[in-house]
Design a protein around this ligand. Structure first.
Ligand code: TA6
Length: 308
């Protein structure tokens, strides 16, 4: 984007001191949001929330120090938008993992300061000749982000084609934690999951989730809140959701982290993914003209020993 286009973007969608657009690493355009309740940064590349920090708290999202801000490359960390499929394409391994919108440039369509001083930013992307080569459907996808001391994200998918389509996807959120060895995640007790580090075997979650090895689990048919209990900070991060029946929990651990160029060898210790998803049996079918919303709300809460 040239300086004139950037100036026009700020003219049309900037909000004095609370929402400004500038050029970031790799030339990607980044929206910086700041208000009395919190702050966030969002890249137009991938419609990708890079950071979120409620006032008086440490940053909530994790971003790799080795993340590559490159055309065609997904940013490692923050909240990648995985769409219109989650993980590998169901039938064609040569298609990009997690779909194609997280590596495309989105457009700004709306910005607003709300009555409570929250800032709302909407970005969108639609089908193109390139996307149709990967997925033969006409769609409009919007990400609607509201930043206060809570981060509210709505991913609105609309079928603008003349035939139905079925899709999966996720808000693939990376969270910043004190240490993967000391956190637990509550909320998924008793939930069935597919264990991707044990040949996809179907299991049932017993008690809280703790981490002692690579962990990659697709929890099925759940609408539950997940709470990351971080006693060392101390804080709790609550991830609530609507329009999602799958939750994915991931930590790459040592070997997998070591194999990823955009992931520091030791960085696995300070992150965990809790992903608001629709995958496997929970994929969404949309009739022409219909819209489905996947919603994730992220907030920090005080940590108490009795985990009330
Ligand atoms: O959400 C977990 C997962 O599907 C893992 O299997 C791992 O592949 C992770 O996503 C990251 O995928 P990426 O394509 O971003 O490297």
């Amino acid at each position: 984007m040239n300086t004139t286009e950037l100036a026009n973007l700020n003219e049309k969608y900037g909000i004095h001191d609370q929402l400004t657009f500038s050029e970031g690493p790799g030339g990607i355009i980044i929206a910086a949001i700041r208000n009395p309740h919190g702050e966030a940064t969002v890249a137009l590349h991938g419609g990708h929330i890079l950071s979120f920090k409620p006032r008086d708290h440490d940053p909530v999202l994790w971003l790799s120090q080795k993340s590559q801000f490159k055309t065609g490359k997904a940013i490692r960390g923050g909240i990648p938008v995985c769409w219109p499929w989650f993980a590998d394409h169901p039938t064609d391994i040569d298609k990009p993992a997690h779909g194609f919108v997280r590596t495309a440039v989105w457009s700004v369509i709306e910005s607003e300061r709300l009555a409570d001083d929250s800032i709302r930013l909407k970005l969108s992307i639609a089908d193109s000749e390139d996307t149709k080569k990967l997925w033969p459907h006409r769609f409009k996808l919007e990400i609607d982000i509201t930043v206060s001391d809570v981060l509210r994200i709505k991913l609105n998918a609309t079928n603008i084609d003349d035939k139905p389509f079925t899709y999966g996807g996720a808000l693939h959120s990376y969270f910043s934690i004190s240490s993967i060895a000391s956190i637990i995640i509550n909320g998924l007790e008793g939930c069935a999951y597919l264990d991707k580090v044990d040949q996809g075997r179907r299991k049932v979650q017993e008690g809280a989730i703790s981490f002692k090895q690579e962990t990659d689990r697709i929890y099925l048919d759940t609408t539950a809140d997940c709470i990351i209990e971080d006693s060392d900070i101390p804080r709790r991060i609550r991830i609530s959701k609507k329009g999602s029946r799958t939750t994915v929990v991931w930590n790459p651990w040592i070997a997998k982290a070591g194999k990823m160029k955009d992931f520091g060898d030791d960085e696995y210790k300070r992150m965990v993914c809790v992903e608001t998803t629709n995958a496997d049996a929970d994929v969404i079918s949309l009739a022409p003209g219909d819209t489905h919303t996947l919603e994730s709300t992220i907030r920090v809460e005080p940590w108490t020993r009795n985990n009330d």
